[in-house]
Design a protein around this ligand. Sequence first.
Ligand SMILES: [Zn+2]
Length: 66
Amino acid sequence: MKCAFCGYTYEQDEAALVCQGCGLFGGCHLTKCPRCGYEQPQEPAVVQWLRRWRARRAIEAATRER
Ligand SMILES: [Zn+2]
């Protein structure tokens, strides 16, 4: 997740810590930038999935090299 306002990159669960005004995260379908507080729509699920998949691949590759 990248803030469209200040460019800060953060994770969805990081934003959930900030978003306490609306109870359960996911109810408002907005994420809030931990740095500047700018609210924007969540990334599409497919984008999140792709990013997690790439991160997992990177971890696996690093593990194999040890
Ligand atoms: Zn921001």
